[in-house]
Every structure is written in C-alpha cells, then in structure tokens.
Design a binder for this molecule. Sequence first.
Ligand code: ACO
Length: 433
Amino acid sequence: MSEKHVTLHDPDLPEPVELPVVEGSIGPEAVDVVSLYRRTGKFAYDPGFLSTASCTSRITFIDGDEGILLYRGYPIEQLAEQSSFLEVAYLLLYGELPSREVLEAFEEMILHHTMINENLKRFYSGFYHNAHPMAVMMGVVGSLSAFYHDATDVNDPRHREISAHRLIAKTPTIAASSYKHSIGEPFIYPRNDLGYCGNLLHMMFAVPCEAYEVDPLAEKALDILFMLHADHEQNASTATVRQVGSSGANPFACVAAGIASLWGPAHGGANEKVLDMLEEMGDVSAIPRYLARAKDRDDPFRLMGFGHRVYKNYDPRARIIRRVCHQVLEKLGDPHDPLFELAMRLEEVALSDDYFVERKLYPNVDFYSGIIYRALGIPVKMFTVMFAVARTVGWVAHWMEMLSDPHHRIGRPRQVYTGARRRDYVPLERREG
Ligand code: ACO
C-alpha cells in the first residue's frame, strides 16, 4: 500500500475522509474504499464495475487505450509468435516461463490426464442431440464436481493444483464429446501422443472406421487462437469464477459457472453471433443497412465482434487473428472466402464511420476468430466451446490466485435499495382491485 491518499469531502460528515490509494506495478491506481461504509455510512455505487477493481492480480495486464495485453509481463504478440498453448498455460498458472524439462513434464502430465470417467459419458445421452454444445459443456463440466468432490479440499494448495490440471486436461475431451453427441457419432478417446490442440481436433474429427491425420497448420492455428483466448484479467466469466469460488465452492462447479457467463452474446458467445451476422448480411451491399441498425438507439442490434469494455483501441488479439486468418484461408480454406472479405470490408467501413470512431469501437477478439474456426471445419455452435476450453486456463489461474491469498473474502456486493419502504401486510379479503 502506498502513502498516497485521496480526500473525500462529504457535506454530511464533520471532517474530510482520507482514503488510501492502491498502486499496481503498471496501470491506473485505485482508491481503496474498503473502509468507506464504516467511516462514512455510504457505499460505493458502480453497476457493471466500470471503475471498480475487484482484486489485485499478478496474472494479466491490459492497457485498453494503447491496445496492450501482457500475460505475466510478456506481450501477447511475442507469445503468439514464439510460445505454445501449454507453455502459456504454465506461465499463467505459475508466473514464470518453464525450463525445457519443466515444460515437458507439465505437457506430459496434462496430456496423460485427458480421459474422462466412463460414467461421465452417460450424462451425454440425457441431452437431446440438438442441445447447444455450450449447454452440454456447462452440465458435464459441472458434473465433474460429483466425481471429485470428496477428494477436493480447496484449502489445500496441492488439491487446488490437481483440480486445475484436471480441468485443463479434460475440457477438450468434454468439448469434443459434446460435438460428437450433437452429430450422433461415437466419442473418440484422446491420444496421449498428440499435442493439446491436435488431440482436440482428433477427438472432434476422427471416426473409428478410418485413420485421421491432424493437419499441422490447423493444429498451429488453433494453438495460436487458444493462446490469445487463455486469459483476459477480470472479464465477466473470470470474475464469475472468482465470485463463485470465493465462497469455497467446488472448482468444477466454479468453472461451469464461468462457462455459463462466457456463453452470453455480450461475452464469448459473440464469436458465434459474428458468423450468424455475416451470413445474414450475405454481401457488402448490406453493410450500410446493418451499420444504420447498429447506430439506431431504438434498435437493440449491435455490430457483433465490435466494441470492448476495456479496449478503446484495436484489440491486439484481433490484429493477430486477422493475420492468422489470411494464412489459414490461404492454405486450408478459400483465400477469397466471401465472409472474410465481407468482414474486412465491414471493419473498414465501420472504422471510418463517426459513430464508431467517437465511441472508439474496434474489432474485438471475436470478430475474426469464427472465420478461422469455420476454415478448420469447426461448426458455428462449437465456437464458444472452443473459447471455453482455452479460457479454462485463465479461470483456474485466477481461482488459484484468489484462494492462495490469505486475505481473500467471500465476494458479497452491497446494493442501493430502491423498492417499497416498510409496510404492513394486508389480508387478502381487505385488498382492493
Ligand atoms: N455496435 C453498436 N454500438 C455499440 C457496440 C456495437 N457492437 N458496442 C458498443 N456500442 C455503443 C453503445 O450503444 C454505447 O453507445 P452510447 O454511448 O451512444 O449509448 C457505447 O457504444 C458504449 O457501449 P457500452 O454498451 O456502454 O459499452 P460496454 O463496455 O458496456 O459494452 C460490449 C462492451 C458488451 C463488448 C459491447 O461493445 C458489445 O455489446 N459489443 C458487441 C458484442 C461483442 O462483440 N462482445 C464480445 C466482447 S469481447 C469478449 O467478451 C471476448
């Protein structure tokens, strides 16, 4: 804690109140309002957390004005270029880049825990074939808590670590099985000789009756997307995982709650909605009509994949994804994919439109990711599931960080009550109307 203070002048109080300032290593300072209610009788009011830091964290840093994203201090551009998803997972969990031996041991440990209990598979048959894979994912990940609950003591750091590893290892298997269930194909067992993303592609696209070879470019593209999606500090789903975990809840239940939050179209569900929107638009002639709708206050329509709570500049992840899109379409899809061309034109028109310029609305991570997923043969309904698999790393890293802080408390917000004042119950026979 620094020596700095801000002074609050409240006409209701006899003298000014000094509130301490919390300083991070980089980024904005925060006014510590923990003592605000005790000292002033007033709460801080910030629906949607526009100005509230809910915790301190050492994991990820974002400068939204400059378009900077750092994982444990390392720029996302350098990681996407030189690292791998499992190395990034290690970095996010443990804070440092691993040595070669440590990385190999970590990879081996994750890649050898990818099988799920055979009984868990029976859960899938309870879902209709056309159930949304995010709904299935949420249910099945949540039900992992039924398998490991008694063996998980969230107060034991080793138990927390094992749970984190299990979640990272098993979510691809659960995700791929959700897909297989939706198309009526048999579940494919994981293969320990494949890499993390290669194994996921194998479990999604292999069938028992013929050999399947993982395309190295597809695996690499997915690995890059997963690095970009692995964490994003206190986003809605991570904040949800922390909130649920703050009560000491089971980690598998916490991550299921994170999946639920991610599913919303304002968050991770946007990647699915971007594709729906582009397909609905059809071609560039529809752009003016859709932009007009996005700008119309009476129309709830928003340009999906545009805008971000934190980035008021180009999302650095979108910039990387746009480049990967070119490479993937060049080799695996149609280099003149009309949807990609439509997306690029939409971006160009929106970024020269006063409405988007004034509000600093830029393409976010979801704007181009769907086009890559589509080129890899991943169906639209699975897009947010892919995001969930990658973000599981961030969720468990934050959950572990929170529980290892001896000062952490249950997350229990206050409210400003605006309902009826105290009144007496009126018996039914005396009520009017
Ligand atoms: N299209 C049109 N207008 C928009 C858009 C958009 N995509 N996004 C924001 N705006 C406008 C708002 O209408 C508002 O205008 P106003 O000041 O005239 O009222 C202004 O920009 C600010 O928007 P807010 O909703 O206040 O911004 P907030 O930070 O609450 O929301 C969000 C951020 C949810 C991402 C929003 O930009 C949005 O809905 N985008 C589309 C959905 C999307 O792509 N989500 C993915 C985000 S990335 C991720 O979660 C992985």
